[in-house]
Design a binder for this molecule. Sequence first.
Ligand SMILES: NC(=O)c1ccc[n+]([C@@H]2O[C@H](COP(=O)([O-])OP(=O)(O)OC[C@H]3O[C@@H](n4cnc5c(N)ncnc54)[C@H](OP(=O)(O)O)[C@@H]3O)[C@@H](O)[C@H]2O)c1
Ligand SMILES: [Zn+2]
Length: 351
Amino acid sequence: MSAIVGDIMYVLLSCAISLDGYLDDATEKRLVLSNAADLDRVDAERAGVDAILVGANTIRRDDPRLSVRSPARRAAREAAGKPATPLKVILSSREPPAGAAFRADGDALVTHGPLDAVVRELADRGVERLMVEGGGRVLTGFLTAGLADELQLVIAPFFVGDSTAPRFVHDGRFPRTGGDRAVLASVATIGNVVLHRYLLSEPAIDRHWLTEAIELSHQCPPSTTAFSVGAVIVDPAGEVLATGYSRETDDLVHAEEAALAKLAADDPRLRTATMYSSLEPCDRRKSRPASCSRLIRAAGIPRVVFALREPDTFVVGEGAEDLTAAGIATVEYPELGDAVREANRLQLGLP
Ligand SMILES: NC(=O)c1ccc[n+]([C@@H]2O[C@H](COP(=O)([O-])OP(=O)(O)OC[C@H]3O[C@@H](n4cnc5c(N)ncnc54)[C@H](OP(=O)(O)O)[C@@H]3O)[C@@H](O)[C@H]2O)c1
Ligand SMILES: [Zn+2]
């Protein structure tokens, strides 16, 4: 099995909850969970998307504007040929009131139905990056349908303490419960709240580890005769088993080889792990008898993810074909190829 992952819609979920997991309290008044600095961060996220989506109850209870507030961000969007504020998508089977605040500016779309159909409808309208801002029913729907790439979860330091208040999530079957977990990409303290960024989908998780592998490749001692590559071996729960980079331990060692050398050959965790390598693993090399694809096959690693096919600067490589023929799933993210070329400017003769 071999796959090249290209452009698909990126779905970002964003919300703030209390310590006991509520999105709001049960009173009529809107509960403010986050602070000014965090609201400004959310405004910046909004400015970076093509559409913002909320459920009908959020409109009914909060009457949000759903607009980019910052004049500078609105101007920057317009300078880039976009509308000042992203498309507002309201999930509702009924038409929201004519006086609703979201109608104040920008384009709006009221729609409903199965979420995968809604996502397709938005993709057809050119939405590449979607921000889902709540409430709990809608967030649960995106999570349980496996449609979320990322969750930005802010936790405010107080309790609501009322089980009749709206919850962040409802019952359901969530992907990555049990075995596979989300990847915690970052944690940040913003004044009195904490922001967690979780990666949920396979492409989002793959891009995260591949980016780590590319960053590692910048640690390679310089060379004009071999590429600079980084490799990260990760288990299904998102634990890093080993990392390596080209020429890490001697002048000839390859990144994948350096990472594998840090684990016992019979380590059982290798049989469910993914090898992330910035460059396609080699299947022939002048320097040593065992190619990286052979080492990966011998280790029993079932899945290999890389960004760039090996340029035929030094040898003509067919590592991906070799791995695929051995039944190893290979996935390629060409969108990250430029970052790999950047780490190999010298080798590729780039200006
Ligand atoms: N803290 C935060 O970050 C945050 C963010 C947003 C909201 N909130 C809070 O969340 C609360 C509202 O959450 P909620 O769970 O009650 O409601 P919600 O998720 O905002 O809205 C759910 C409603 O959306 C409509 N809908 C249409 N198509 C749907 C679909 N495919 N899937 C799901 N819903 C669809 C349905 O209403 P119809 O019957 O009209 O179709 C459904 O009842 C409010 O109290 C609000 O303050 C908090
Ligand atoms: Zn190699």
